[in-house]
Ligand binder design. Sequence first.
Ligand code: SF4
Ligand code: SF4
Length: 204
Amino acid sequence: MDLTNYNNRDISKDYRYVKVDPIPTTPWEKFKRVVKRTFSCELFVGLWIVFREMIKFNIHTVQYPAEKLPISPRYRAIHKLLRLMESGNERCIGCGLCEKICIANCIRMDTKIDENSRKAVTEYTINFGRCIFCGYCAEVCPELAIVHGGDYENASEQRAHFALKEDMLTPIDIFKAGKQKEFPGFGALSKNADENVKKTPLAY
Ligand code: SF4
Ligand code: SF4
């Protein structure tokens, strides 16, 4: 199934109306219904339908975790830290906006001034036990450095479990293999972002 089908949730064309007998109210009507159901072998009809579907072998059950349904590109799953597409340097500039806006207070970061007198992010952690996946951090990030990825398996045996910077940052060998794509999902720039930028009305 591709995303086009996944997005099309209109299944009304497959609706079928089922004829429903009126609910019996008197004892005589109830007796008649029992007799009718017994002698029309409704139990075997039901069993036959189950058996017929079973031998078709086009089972729709998703064999999770071997199979997974595609998720929307805008799904807000576990975070990733991206690198710049041109240089491979880390995108995060350590501005701290994501840490400030996080309403669950689960982002912690540490920065230092490196040998080139530039700000460098030394530590970056997210406590996924607290994160509510609201997406504010991805939305506010001016560099599109922190984004929501597509991994949603986030079970843990402890309430407080953390992702470190190394867990979320695209590994450099993966980046060099060209496997980091520009992020299209939640928090990404829209295709007409330039058109949406309003010029400052003040004349300088
Ligand atoms: S998704 Fe929301 S709760 Fe989670 S780290 Fe980002 S801002 Fe905080
Ligand atoms: S991830 Fe984005 S918002 Fe957070 S510190 Fe880095 S650049 Fe700033």
